[in-house]
Design a protein around this ligand. Structure first.
Ligand SMILES: Cc1cc2nc3c(=O)[nH]c(=O)nc-3n(C[C@H](O)[C@H](O)[C@H](O)COP(=O)(O)O)c2cc1C
Length: 183
């Protein structure tokens, strides 16, 4: 009987440890599991995304265009045409396990005083209802607020959290800490 109890205790301890550490589990902060999805043309927003992932323990997903954007001057024209046509440019793959995430940071460069259209494709290609979507951006000076109407309209059913224009990556840590999503 004593032996049996010991075995049961050992089994319980084993199970508890597997549950806490065993499956290399996904990022889970106080507010739930975190995804950091981003589009970046020149790398600035990618740097901010990596910093957010480091601060929160979140998983990264890069929104990669199926048709790569051309060099800068031509990209200005392509992006302007996409905006004028309300286009939804395709991106590679998708987040496989979106249902697992509670909080989705979504990052992008400000393009033509708005979010790039490919970011709207991403938002509309996922069921974000009931999740918290937190926008972040970099820009040449335009504010994040320019893009918020588009993000709100495309992230149907989501709560939009307090975002940031993070041209200085050093702004990320205090912002994340203020949101309560720090590791
Ligand atoms: C197509 C295009 C449109 C842009 N439009 C704006 C804009 O309206 N306002 C602004 O401040 N910066 C604008 N920029 C500058 C980018 O927002 C800025 O360089 C950003 O940090 C780039 O981020 P990335 O390196 O992640 O691509 C634009 C850049 C491109 C390529």
């Amino acid at each position: 009987m004593k032996m049996k109890q010991k075995m049961i205790t050992l089994a319980a301890v084993f199970l508890a440890s597997v549950c806490s550490f065993g499956f290399g589990g996904r990022a889970e902060a106080a507010g739930g599991k975190i995804l950091v999805a981003y589009f970046s043309y020149q790398g600035h927003t990618a740097g901010v995304a990596r910093e957010i992932a480091a601060q929160t323990g979140g998983d990264l997903f890069e929104i990669v265009p199926v048709t790569p954007y051309p060099a800068y001057d031509e990209c200005l024209d392509v992006a302007k045409a996409e905006k004028n046509n309300n286009a939804r440019p395709a991106f590679e793959g998708n987040v496989e396990n979106m249902a697992d995430y509670d909080v989705v940071f979504v990052g992008y460069p400000i393009w033509w005083y708005d979010a790039p259209m490919i970011v709207l494709t991403f938002l509309e290609s996922n069921d974000l209802s009931g999740k918290t979507v937190i926008p972040f951006a970099t820009s040449g000076g335009s504010p994040l607020s320019d893009s918020l109407d588009s993000v709100r309209a495309s992230a149907a059913g989501a709560t939009i959290g307090e975002g940031i224009l993070a041209n200085d990556v050093g702004d990320v840590a205090p912002w994340i800490s203020g949101l309560g999503y720090g590791k």
